[in-house]
Design a binder for this molecule. Structure first.
Ligand code: ATP
Ligand code: MG
Length: 304
């Protein structure tokens, strides 16, 4: 870790994690609307100092069986920021992203050490409600994966499963508008989602994720399979979405990180080929004045 990281105290009272009693239960049940709104741009500088921490990772390490994939990651991820993870293949970007909504749990041999909290609650508490974790922390993958159903049902499916059955037409429209797809599909909602283009399918997956009103969107290389026009649409969308959501995006495209991310984390492999966080800073700073020579080598194309 370099000194590029800014440490900001969370504005929500942190739940104590070192008491002798049982660790607090992750009750992720408050309505999303109870989360305070973001401060106006004029107060931006002050806002960064007081910005709410959504995820706090302290010395998070990950093993897949005997293999250590990630070593001692310490970072805070802030509310209504887009945070980018960059770094060479195999350095643990997806692994760490997937830790943030417990997507790695089903992998045999997956073990997480250290502390990872979400709004001050221990995400890996045994009693954490994993369904609620997934509802609050949505994910979109590299390859669009629409269900072989209609466009409408793709959006409505998760909401229905979660018992959000009321005003479904409005919910579907809101999600599709939120993902900048409504105008392109409003006349074919009952058609199969498989007939959409790749870029449309990816926006559909984003619409599907936001239809259940999450707090955080995790995006793992969401535009890597898309052409430049579809990529630009996704990037515009990320700018819009971060007013309402906290976004974490893995990307191999450094220009993309520069365009969309407020903060960027550079991961790399140490000499034993274990993934490690090298530097985490404001995006402008990381790309223009990297504090670590390994970051500089990577962003100037001299890696490896
Ligand atoms: N399910 C798994 N089982 C075992 N090892 C895994 C698993 N998933 C990832 N790994 C290993 O963990 C390390 C980190 O992988 P990860 O997918 O997080 O890297 P990444 O930075 O996202 O790479 P890329 O840029 O290629 O997507 C790699 O060595 C990988 O082989
Ligand atoms: Mg990956």
């Amino acid at each position: 870790m370099s000194s590029g990281e800014t440490t900001v105290e969370p504005t929500v009272p942190a739940v104590e994690t070192t008491t002798t009693g049982p660790r607090p239960r992750v009750r992720l049940s408050e309505p999303t609307s109870s989360i305070p709104t973001v401060a106006p741009a004029a107060a931006a500088a002050r806002e960064v100092e007081t910005r709410q921490v959504v995820f706090h990772a302290r010395e998070v390490s990950v093993n897949y069986g005997e293999k250590r994939a990630l070593e001692q990651v310490t970072m805070d991820i802030y509310r209504n920021f887009a945070t980018a993870f960059i770094g060479p293949s195999g350095c643990g970007k997806s692994t760490f992203l997937r830790c943030l909504n417990r997507m790695n749990d089903p992998i045999v041999g997956f073990r997480l050490g250290g502390e990872l909290t979400y709004h001050g609650h221990d995400l890996y508490d045994q009693r954490a409600n994993r369904v609620e974790v997934r509802r609050r922390i949505g994910m979109v993958f590299q390859k669009p994966n629409p269900f072989p159903k209609s466009i409408y049902d793709n959006i409505a499916w998760a909401a229905r499963n979660l018992g959000m059955r009321e005003a479904m037409d409005e919910r579907v429209e809101r999600a599709l508008r939120g993902a900048a797809l409504w105008d392109e599909v409003k006349d074919r909602l009952k058609s199969s989602a498989m007939g959409l283009s790749g870029g449309q399918q990816q926006r559909l997956c984003i619409a599907r994720a936001i239809a259940i009103e999450p707090d955080v969107l995790l995006l793992d290389e969401p535009a890597s399979a898309l052409d430049p026009i579809a990529t630009a649409l996704i990037e515009d969308l990320i700018h819009e979405l971060k007013a309402r959501y906290t976004i974490v995006i893995v990307t191999h495209n450094m220009q993309q990180a520069m365009r969309v991310a407020d903060k960027t984390a550079f991961f790399s492999l140490d000499e034993t080929r274990i993934g490690t966080l090298i530097e985490y800073a404001d995006t402008d700073q990381l790309f223009s004045r990297p504090a670590d020579s390994r970051t500089r080598d990577y962003i100037t194309g001299q890696f490896g």
